[in-house]
Design a protein around this ligand. Structure first.
Ligand code: MTE
Length: 312
């Protein structure tokens, strides 16, 4: 499980000297600042700043943090635009404060939280996770956040609660992408209750030690690292415990292409492209995609009854 404090991450100086060694040894084949181009997936170049610690079990030494500049400027946030490189600019004036999140449905203690309540009540940790987009690109991001389980334990799901449904704000005055009526706004997502309670599942309020930027889903978003990135819903205003399996934005648009579970699985191709490999932002060569995005030890037991060769 990846749970690392920033103090445990290799320092920039150590990182740079390791890079020098690799360069001398001829292992770094192209400049670190060069980025792979894959159609419109091209992103602004920036040198990596840190590496993962060498003793990290699920993140081998070769996996570096994605440069902050790329995390901030290559985004999917359809409420603003479908153009990844324009999200940051269009979201610049988004008002993420004051903000409340209603936690309701099948719970004993329904409550509407302000962001300050979350920051005051729950332990904010740093979690370094891979993020694998269903479009076959990926990043490694140092998130700041708290476990969804800590929130759910506080509101106490009733015995009838089996799923958790999340909803993003839909404010046409602030979100220009909402004019596109072909999409089923508001963006919504869902998890099974045991997935939501898993220790890897967090609500993020920041990344790279900074408050979450608007384009990354300020002020609070979900991060579920073993699932395709679209499950990690941004700018959440509502969390609802339900008995029925909720639908999700992408499943509503194309049920033959996107499922409820959306677990990262290299063996199950998207109907229009392969999921066997991915383009790690900042790298030239494609990487093999890992089953459950490399988190099988932590979460494979959740899916024991499901056929791993099917789209769920
Ligand atoms: N949440 C909302 N509300 N709207 C979106 O368009 N895009 C999803 C997910 N969460 C999306 C969203 C997709 S497809 C991905 S890959 C990630 O956010 C991207 O997160 P990032 O831009 O912070 O890297």
């Amino acid at each position: 499980m990846i749970k690392i404090k920033s103090s445990e991450i290799t320092s920039k100086a150590e990182y740079l000297s390791r890079r020098d060694f690799l360069k001398t040894a001829g292992i770094v084949t192209a400049g670190a600042a060069l980025l792979a181009a894959c159609g419109t997936d091209e992103v602004p170049a920036a040198p990596p700043t840190q590496s993962l610690p060498t003793d990290q079990k699920t993140a081998p030494l070769s996996e570096e943090l994605t440069p902050e500049d790329s995390v901030l400027n290559y985004n999917n946030y359809y409420e603003f635009t479908t153009d990844k490189e324009r999200v940051a600019g269009l979201a610049k004036d988004f008002k993420s404060s004051p903000w409340t999140v209603e936690v309701s449905g099948l719970v004993n203690n329904p409550k509407t939280y302000g962001i300050e309540d979350f920051l005051g009540s729950f332990t904010i940790e740093e979690r370094i996770y891979r993020m694998r987009c269903v479009e076959a690109w990926s990043m490694v991001i140092p998130w700041n956040g708290f476990t969804l389980a800590s929130l759910l334990n506080e509101v106490e799901p009733t015995s009838d609660a089996k799923f958790v449904r999340f909803e993003t704000l839909a404010d046409p005055d602030q979100m220009p992408g909402l004019v596109n009526k072909l999409y089923p706004w508001p963006y919504q997502e869902g998890l099974r209750l045991d997935e939501a309670m898993n220790d890897l599942t967090i609500l993020s309020t920041g990344l790279y030690g900074e408050t979450l930027a608007n384009q990354n889903g300020a002020p609070i978003r979900l991060v579920v690292p073993w699932k395709y990135g679209f499950k990690s819903i941004k700018s959440i205003i509502k969390i609802e415990l339900t008995a029925e399996q909720p639908s999700n934005f992408w499943q509503d648009i194309a049920p033959n292409e996107y499922g409820f579970y959306a677990n990262v699985n290299p063996a199950v191709d998207h109907p229009r492209w392969s999921q066997a490999t991915e383009r790690r932002i900042g790298e030239l060569k494609r990487r093999e995609t890992l089953y459950l995005n490399g988190y099988a030890d932590e979460v494979a037991h959740l899916y024991e009854g499901l056929d791993p060769n099917k789209l769920y």
